[in-house]
Design a protein around this ligand. Structure first.
Ligand SMILES: [Ca+2]
Ligand SMILES: [Ca+2]
Ligand SMILES: [Ca+2]
Length: 295
């Protein structure tokens, strides 16, 4: 079990401390990105930035040793359900801290376009960014509280790009999205750019484990379908697993997970800390959710 001995070990973290902790030990290469495509600039090419372990508190995952499948899922649900519930308004602050552009503390990095945009441009108008529910809130119809205010899957996106994604499931294919190069969509699915494919998958995995039908929230689950509509399902499971493997966890995700844990919700996304658990939990049961949705 890893402990707080990493370069993210900054205790009571302020946004500035996170930024300083991130930039200080990293060679110039990782500080260099000035293009708007943050994901391309640092996630893929800056080797030093991909090697920092996350700031997992000692003992956080105690009790999971040797577990797999449903047992592991259940143990993780108990662990990550110990969390602080944010209001939907507080989510703005969580995103501004968690999605901060490492190259510009005045900005956030938009999930789908990769663009760096002013934190102050949050809102609902053209040119603004807003709070994208990566697990579309109509899939389970949970609105903007509970799962709908869980910062682990709420990301800044351009208002118009967010509306193109709508409540579509995730799958490969379609036409390139205006204003978000490298993202594709058709009538029933959305494919994010390569740099965040794994990020999207790990957010969806988190939601399926975190929400198991307790405390008035729906039981969210994966299936291998698209067009899930208002069912509490998100697809496609097989494609999300591929994306998870093709786009491994990077420093931006680790920092994001640490910020949400330390400053906002006091719970973590296990699939960022332990990517191997995705296969343990979701690898052997493609179609479990699918058969449920088809019944
Ligand atoms: Ca499709
Ligand atoms: Ca990524
Ligand atoms: Ca679930």
């Amino acid at each position: 079990m890893r402990t707080r001995t990493t370069r993210w070990a900054v205790g009571a973290v302020s946004t500035l401390a996170v930024t300083a902790g991130m930039l200080a030990p990293v060679p110039a290469a990782a500080n260099a990105p000035t293009s708007t495509a943050y994901g391309t600039a640092t996630a893929g090419t800056a080797a030093p930035a991909d090697t920092a372990p996350a700031d997992i508190p000692a003992g956080y995952y105690d009790g999971t040793d040797g577990l797999t499948g449903e047992e592991l899922k259940s143990a993780l649900n108990d662990i990550i359900s110990e969390s602080t519930q944010l209001s939907y308004d507080e989510v703005w602050d969580a995103i501004k801290a968690a999605d901060e552009d490492p190259a510009n503390p005045d900005n956030v990095v938009l999930l789908y376009s990769g663009e760096s945009r002013s934190k102050d441009a949050n809102g609902g108008g053209s040119g603004d960014w807003n709070r994208e529910h990566v697990w579309a809130k109509s899939h389970g119809d949970f609105g903007t509280s509970g799962p709908g205010a869980d910062a682990h899957h709420l990301r800044p996106t351009d208002v118009q790009v967010n509306s193109v994604r709508g409540n579509k499931d995730f799958d490969n294919g379609g036409d390139e999205v205006d204003g978000a190069p490298g993202n594709f969509t058709d009538d029933d699915s959305f494919e994010p750019r390569d740099e965040v494919k794994g990020d999207v998958a790990r957010m969806i995995f988190y939601m399926a484990v975190r929400y198991e039908g307790e405390d008035g929230a729906p039981d969210l689950e994966l299936n291998d379908e698209v067009d899930n509509g208002e069912q509490p399902f998100m697809g496609r499971q097989s494609v999300l697993l591929e994306w998870h493997n093709a786009d491994p966890v990077d420093d931006f995700e680790r920092k994001r997970n640490d910020v949400i844990y330390e400053q906002f919700q006091q719970n973590r996304n296990p699939f960022i800390d332990h990517p191997e658990w995705a296969e343990e939990i979701f690898g052997g049961q493609s179609g479990a959710g699918a058969s449920r949705s088809a019944s």
